[in-house]
Every structure is written in C-alpha cells, then in structure tokens.
Design a protein around this ligand. Structure first.
Ligand code: PLP
Length: 359
C-alpha cells in the first residue's frame, strides 16, 4: 500500500520516517523487552526520551533557560482555560485579539473566569484577515495579550506579532515551528501537537518561568503551570507515546536543516499554491493576501456543487482531507511541515485539469 497525500487539518500528516521509526522500534524498544508504550514514565527508557525531547526543542527553537517546557494533556482547548487561570490575577483583566473561530473559543473560556478585553476584532471581516500588528496596544494593567498565530479554519496567519506592554501569549497550535520563531518575544506559547508537531494527545507549552509564579493558590494544583514546572512536567503521567513521537519529530526537524530550512520550504509550497489559485477566476482565495496562511490554504470554487465534486475527484486521485471546515465550507489544503512539495505539485496539476473539465 502506498501513502496518500493527506491534506487534513488535524490530526494531520507526520513525517513518514518518524512513523517508520516508531513502527520499527515499537515491539521491543532498544532491547528492553517492552515497547515504549509499556514502560514506566519514571524509568530510564522514558527518562531518555523526555530529556532528548527537551534538549532538541531548546536547540531547534533556541529556547533559553528562562523558559520551561511542559507536555500536557487536554489539548489546546484546555489551555484556553488554563492560561487565564494562571496568568490573570484577581481583579485583573486580560487582552485578546479576535481573529476567527479559534480565537473566539479562547475568548469564550477567558470570559468565564474574569475580565476579558477584546482589543481588536477582525473575526467578521471578509476576506478574512489578521489585524495590523503594529496597531495593537494592550490595555493598561492587563495580565497578558492573547493571539492566535494561525487561524486554522479561516486560513489566516500573522506575518509579524504585536509588540505590547503586556506579556504576549500565543495559541500556535497550527503553525508552531513552521518557520523560525523568536521565543523571547513571548511570555507563553501553547500548541496542540496534532497539527504541526506530532500525534494528538500532547500539548506543548513554552512558558517564561516568572509568569508561572503569579498563580493563586485557589487554583487546583493540577492546573498550575508552577506545579508542573516544579515536577519537570512529570507531575502525573505524561502522554508518553505522543511525547515520544514529538521527540522523533524534533530529530526530523534537525535533520531537515532546522526551522530556517523548514520555513523556506513552507514558504515555497504555499507561494506555488496561492499562485495557482490567483492565476484564474475559477478558484478564489478566501484570505486577504497579506494575511494568507502558509499552513492552511483556503479557497472556493464557483459553486458548492463544484466544490463537492472537486473534493470527490481529488480523493479519487489519492488526495484526501481537502474539505473545508464544516462551519465555513469550501476547500482547505493543509500543508504542514511534513507535507511534501510533491503533494502540492500534484494538487496544482489536479486543479488545472479540474478547471479544464469543469470550468
Ligand atoms: C486545533 C486547534 C485548537 C484545538 O486543539 P485541541 O487539541 O483539539 O484542543 C486550538 N487552536 C487552534 C489554532 C487549533 O488549530
């Protein structure tokens, strides 16, 4: 059986060699007589995975010792609640930028527990876009400013980030490590792994350690970053297998030449696909050009009937996962780090053929 081109938004494509490596090592991990799925998270086999994972991430993204790395369960959605619980003090407010479906969900959770300011809102605009980063200001006394670096559904992405008084918090679930990132300009970054990092089950949190000190003792221990940091992210059983896969992904990133090389490749893949969309009126990109995502490429065809046929015909040519999110419809091609350039070329060739036959 050969692998298909998987354009799914998440869980999404993984580097083929990480899957093969995991498969090969699965039954008897390094001769220990057990699989990595079966070993204790306090034992030496898992300890080595945990240490390599942290070391590789620090190297790949140039993360200083001012920051802690946490590998948590519950998905990015849990972070929507955990961030305000930990970082917003009593009587304090927090700033959010509303840019679409995912930012909206983060705002909704933040409002449950305290004062939440929406300092900019592009969520209702067509075409979809991100606000001008240089125009964003934080509210006086706000605990932090939260952004969604890439709107997975709308297909928009920040090109540069706001620089504000308050610590910057980013949901980077769908574009983390898609290119080099200056960790030092963030107070906290979180990302569910299943888009651009690995399989579902683990959420990576990169947090400046001093921010974790703010937490009130009214917050249950399990939800405190401070407690997870004190236990080196082994407060309870981590999602071991997902962390192992994430570790393999970090090895792959290094082997590919690091984030600069990955970023260059991502820019090239996206530029080609957007150029194909722009070359005809048959396809219409839904994001404003300056905010176009290099991870999730969203576009429409002249009718919903044609979109349905496009998705069906593409699947017949081993290109799957192209259906847009159910809330917005249309086509979405997710071309994460692990998605090969050859798959983008195949999609572009298919688009040309499809237009010729149906345009
Ligand atoms: C997928 C996604 C989420 C939700 O992640 P879960 O791990 O399912 O909770 C949050 N934010 C963004 C930007 C996403 O793409």
């Amino acid at each position: 059986m050969s692998r298909i081109y998987n354009f799914s938004a998440g869980p999404a494509i993984l580097p083929e060699e990480t899957i093969k490596e995991a498969q090969e090592k699965l039954y008897d991990y390094q001769g220990c007589g057990m699989s990595i799925l079966e070993v204790s998270h306090r034992g030496k086999e898992y300890a080595a995975v945990h240490e390599e994972l942290k070391a590789n991430l620090k190297k790949v993204a140039n993360i200083s010792d001012e920051y802690a790395l946490l590998f948590l369960g519950g998905g990015a959605t849990t972070q929507f609640a955990t961030v305000p619980m930990n970082l917003r003090g009593e009587g304090q407010s927090a700033d959010y930028v509303h840019t679409g479906a995912w930012a909206g969900k983060a705002i909704k959770e933040a409002k449950v527990l305290g004062a939440t300011n929406v300092v900019a809102d592009t969520s209702k605009e067509t075409p979809a876009r991100m606000p001008d980063a240089s125009a964003i200001q934080s509210t006086a006394g706000a605990a932090y400013l939260h952004i969604t670096s890439n709107e997975t559904i709308g297909g928009t992405q920040w090109r540069s980030y706001p620089r504000v008084e308050a610590p910057l918090v980013a949901d980077m679930s769908s574009d983390i490590f898609c290119r080099p990132v200056d960790i030092n300009s963030f107070g906290l970054i979180y990302a569910g792994a299943q888009k651009n990092l690995g399989p579902a089950g683990v959420t990576l949190v990169i947090i400046r350690k001093d921010l974790a000190e703010r937490v009130s003792d009214k917050i249950p221990n399990i939800f405190r970053y401070k407690s997870h940091i004190a236990q080196d992210s082994l407060l309870n059983t981590p999602p071991c297998f997902s962390c192992y896969m994430l570790m393999l992904t970090t090895r792959w990133i290094m082997k590919e030449g690091g984030l600069a090389a990955i970023g260059k490749r991502n820019e090239e893949k996206a530029a080609k696909l957007y150029a194909a969309i722009d070359s005809t009126d048959f396809y219409r990109g839904t994001a404003s050009p300056e905010s176009r995502s290099i991870m999730n490429v969203t576009f429409r065809l002249p009718s919903e009937e044609l979109e349905a046929k496009f998705i069906k015909d593409a699947a017949g040519q081993n290109m799957k996962g192209l259906k847009g999110h159910r809330d917005v419809g249309g086509i979405r091609a997710s071309i994460y780090n692990a998605f090969p350039a050859a798959g983008v070329d195949a999609l572009i060739a298919f688009m040309k053929e499809f237009e010729k036959a149906n345009g």
